[in-house]
Design a protein around this ligand. Sequence first.
Ligand SMILES: Nc1ncnc2c1ncn2[C@@H]1O[C@H](COP(=O)(O)OP(=O)(O)OP(=O)(O)O)[C@@H](O)[C@H]1O
Ligand code: NI
Length: 323
Amino acid sequence: MAVLNIRGLSVGYSTPRGKLRALRDVSMMVPEGKIVGIVGESGCGKSTLISAIIRLMAPNARVGAGEVRFQGRDLLAETEAQMRALRGTQISMVFQDPMQTHNPVLTVGRQMMDIQYRERLSRAEKRQRAERMLALVGIPDPEARLNQYPFEFSGGMRQRIAIAMALMAKPALLIADEPTTALDATLEVQIIKRLRELQDEIGCGVLFISHHLGVIAELCDEVVVMYAGEVVETGSVRDVFHAPAHPYTRALLECDPGHIKVKTRVLPTIPGNIPDLVNLPGGCIFADRCERRHAACAARPAMALAGDGHRAACHLITERETA
Ligand SMILES: Nc1ncnc2c1ncn2[C@@H]1O[C@H](COP(=O)(O)OP(=O)(O)OP(=O)(O)O)[C@@H](O)[C@H]1O
Ligand code: NI
């Protein structure tokens, strides 16, 4: 069963130039207990996708079509009150800047106690849980640390606390948008390791967004490659990174000299630009940057099976089969 199942999701932004079609017919899922990474260049729609899932969208955003099923419920059909009850409990979030999620005037301990307001535990037990959670994300001397304020922690520690708080509620789904991007590489690796351990213990599904191919490769079970508002490839990390089926994915990996073995801090740049999402070209969305462009690309390719559980939106796949 999938904890999150997105089908045919389209989201547009109204802009002075016209409608910007940020997501078009996006389908993807997070199986129970799996970590799914989303990777793609800046502007490909990663944050838009997350905001649509948790229904915290920009005022000028509108969902045109699609379904976002969380444990079978269509989140797009839930009331605002139902969504509020889900966020922070069954669906937790971690974002890039921990200061945004941390209330600066409350101690970390107080915040971690507050999160547990639904639990039938004594104050002492809640405090113990908070301590244990801090220890699990690698905060030394958690007992004393609980009495401190967010500003008394380093950026890396704050990010770990954010992860601890997000996991405290034992969510079924954790959504993380570039949670480690602002940190240095060593710290990033440490936090990723902790996240993996905790996820394993809690058994939640994780949707993890990152520019870093290396991080995705290390952390995730499955990967979704997005390009200009569309999903172009999905599959296991193994299949997608070792046998990429879409020319875009291949280009990303080829630009990355040591491949994904070295930590790629920035997504490699491939020549050309993302098309204008207000005036979309017809046919394959990647065609004008694609080395393998040919006549068929004038039509939009459907997702085709490149292997067991491995799909990509490229005409070459079906052509190979019929050739
Ligand atoms: N409120 C908004 N109004 C208009 N356009 C927007 C708005 N928010 C995002 N966009 C546009 O939608 C597209 C997708 O943006 P989004 O932030 O989802 O991409 P992203 O993949 O998260 O990028 P990044 O890696 O830079 O965070 C971009 O073209 C962006 O400029
Ligand atoms: Ni983003």
